[in-house]
Design a protein around this ligand. Structure first.
Ligand SMILES: Nc1ncnc2c1ncn2[C@@H]1O[C@H](COP(=O)(O)OP(=O)(O)OP(=O)(O)O)[C@@H](O)[C@H]1O
Ligand SMILES: [Mg+2]
Length: 259
């Protein structure tokens, strides 16, 4: 089979004025994270996983969130996507204050506007690749025919048309990640959040998955945040944020990052 993945060249820098992590009202930004902290537990067992994080990401940008194990990456994107509540601070996506939504509103908001790709793909094991995509469409009540067309188109774009009827256990690691990308895009979200999509893949396959992710995000005008601890994946993104011990900074010169 021909490899459907093209080598989209990375864009050296995002549009607009000089980017700053500390820009809670950045014009044109889809996402604003404003002074967000997260403390797990309490008393002497309390862990500050995120300390006063502020960032803004533009509509159409694909940014990297880089940091070592335990630095707070998953915590941050879980708060951004409304899977976890912040201890303090606010997250806005478009004109919605995610941190102010009720549980019920959050469930709906997540299904409609946010797509997640988890580290371990997290597919439903007893559903085929195609059914994993169709399932999330039922959460937002997409008419069946439209959902089927969309699922088939995504599977085609992701090079999975001939794997549509396979269960996750009958797919390779890279194929599973591609199904997870399709699932994340299924409901046409504004924001795509990706947690270490390449952790279980070798470098070549990891690059393919990230290139594909970039292409889908750019072609569809989505905004994407990709968590990674792999510097080699950073080149496929527009801007880089670094997180160390819960402290978030914007990296002004990604080329200065050391391998
Ligand atoms: N539910 C929890 N309860 C207590 N501490 C937690 C919890 N979840 C995470 N932590 C702690 O918060 C810190 C940040 O965790 P997080 O999962 O955000 O890190 P990460 O950067 O995603 O790491 P990795 O690269 O290993 O996935 C770590 O010190 C971790 O031990
Ligand atoms: Mg993590």
């Amino acid at each position: 089979m021909n490899d459907p993945i093209d080598a989209t060249s990375p864009v050296p820098d995002g549009p607009g004025p000089a980017p700053s992590a500390d820009a809670p009202t950045r014009p044109g930004a889809l996402l604003h994270v404003d002074h967000v902290s997260k403390v797990y537990g309490s008393g002497h067992t309390a862990v500050t996983a995120l300390d006063d994080a502020t960032m803004a990401v533009d509509q159409g940008e694909f940014v990297a969130l880089l940091g070592p194990s335990g630095s707070g990456k998953t915590t941050l994107i879980s708060i951004i996507g409304g899977l976890l509540s912040a201890t303090s601070g606010t997250v806005r996506i478009g004109d919605v204050d995610v941190t102010a939504l009720s549980r019920r509103e959050l469930t709906r908001f997540r299904a409609e506007r946010v797509g997640f790709v988890f580290q371990s793909a997290n597919l439903v094991p007893f559903l085929t690749a195609r059914e994993n995509l169709l399932y999330v469409a039922t959460l937002v009540k997409t008419p069946k025919k439209a959902a089927q067309q969309r699922a088939d188109q995504l599977l085609e774009e992701l090079g999975l048309a001939d794997r549509a009827k396979n269960l996750p256990e009958q797919l390779s690691g890279g194929e599973r990640q591609r199904v997870a990308i399709g699932r994340a895009l299924m409901n046409d979200p504004d924001l795509v959040l990706v947690d270490e999509p390449t952790a279980a893949l070798d470098t070549a396959l990891g690059r393919q998955v990230v290139q594909l992710l970039r292409r889908e995000i750019k072609d569809r005008g989505k905004t994407g945040i990709m968590v990674t601890h792999d510097l080699r994946m950073v080149e496929y993104t527009d801007r880089v944020f670094e997180i160390l011990d819960g402290h978030l900074t914007h990296v002004e010169e990604p080329s200065a990052l050391k391998h």
